[in-house]
Ligand binder design. Structure first.
Ligand SMILES: Nc1ncnc2c1ncn2[C@@H]1O[C@H](COP(=O)(O)OP(=O)(O)O)[C@@H](O)[C@H]1O
Ligand SMILES: [Mg+2]
Length: 268
């Protein structure tokens, strides 16, 4: 396990030997990872590997039973969720939705809590600026996800945890969102990205970790994994014989240029 930050700079987020249980069942074991500023760090793994549980543990939604979580050099593993958010952990939760009866602008202002700037979000997503007075419930799926990401950004986070933004979205929108995630990192933010379309994540990412049954089984540059489906399959499932590439998600089934197939199937 490397102790050097992936991008060669001091990591914003540093986990060491973290354990997390769910209902007293071990789900995450001995996880150490670094998330550097100015880069996208990718967290891959099959369904049920413990990726979401790990992010929940970082954000403080579940308790860690061992190990340390440092944010900008300060241990936060004992802090309640709101204090971690205030300290700079932004979390785009899997399947998170907007406040549907509030307008786009109200959604951003509610999340902002004094810091951050909705205009920054409008610059990233001009379609949200055009719809700022519209109730969020009337947005398209892609725009909703942009708003969910925007709500994490207006808290002015040091690190953003992004869990499977692509769920149920059209390929074009997913690529757009990935591009924005890349731009955010290029602007200096630290991003930890979970994405079932591994190759999309590896394209935008710098460093990758693969989680299998709650443990890190691979820790290295994204470049080492790009296009290497068999290797990824081995890391995901511990075997070198891919049975099949996994089901095509329904939303992408008719697309003539489908995104990379999620290894081992998606969560939808
Ligand atoms: N809220 C929960 N309560 C109990 N068990 C859970 C809960 N969430 C997830 N788990 C269990 O933890 C394991 C890891 O799940 P999860 O972290 O969602 O994995 P992933 O995000 O990699 O698909 C699974 O066995 C799942 O059933
Ligand atoms: Mg998950």
């Amino acid at each position: 396990m490397s102790t050097e930050s992936p991008a060669g700079t001091e990591p914003v987020l540093r986990l060491r030997e973290v354990d997390i249980d769910r209902d007293e069942i071990p789900v995450v074991r001995g996880v150490s990872l670094d998330v550097a500023p100015g880069a996208v760090t990718v967290l891959l793994g099959a369904n049920g590997a413990g990726k979401t549980t790990l992010m929940d543990g970082i954000a403080g939604l579940v308790r860690t039973t061992a190990g340390t979580i440092e944010l900008a050099g300060r241990p936060v593993q004992k802090l309640p969720v709101y204090k971690r958010a205030r300290a700079g952990v932004g979390y785009v939760e899997q399947a998170r939705t907007t406040f549907r009866t509030l307008t786009v602008e109200q959604n951003l202002l509610v999340a902002r809590a004094g810091a951050g700037d909705p205009d920054q979000v409008y610059r990233l997503f001009p379609e949200l600026a055009r719809r700022r007075t519209l109730q969020a419930g009337h947005l398209s799926g892609g725009e909703q996800q942009m708003l969910v990401l925007g709500r994490a950004l207006v808290t002015d986070p040091k690190v953003v945890l992004v869990d499977e933004m692509s769920l149920g979205l059209a390929p074009l929108i997913v690529r757009r969102l990935m591009r924005v995630v890349g731009e955010l990192a290029a602007a200096g933010l630290a991003v930890l990205l979970i994405e079932q379309f591994a190759n999309l994540a590896l394209d935008v990412g710098t460093h990758a970790y693969v989680l299998r049954k709650g443990r890190i089984v691979h820790d290295g540059p994204c470049a080492d994994l790009r296009g290497r489906h068999e290797l990824l399959h081995e890391y995901y499932f511990g075997s070198t014989t891919p049975d099949r590439a996994g089901p095509e998600p329904a939303d992408h089934a008719c697309d003539p240029h489908p995104l990379d197939t999620p290894i081992g199937g998606g969560t939808r």
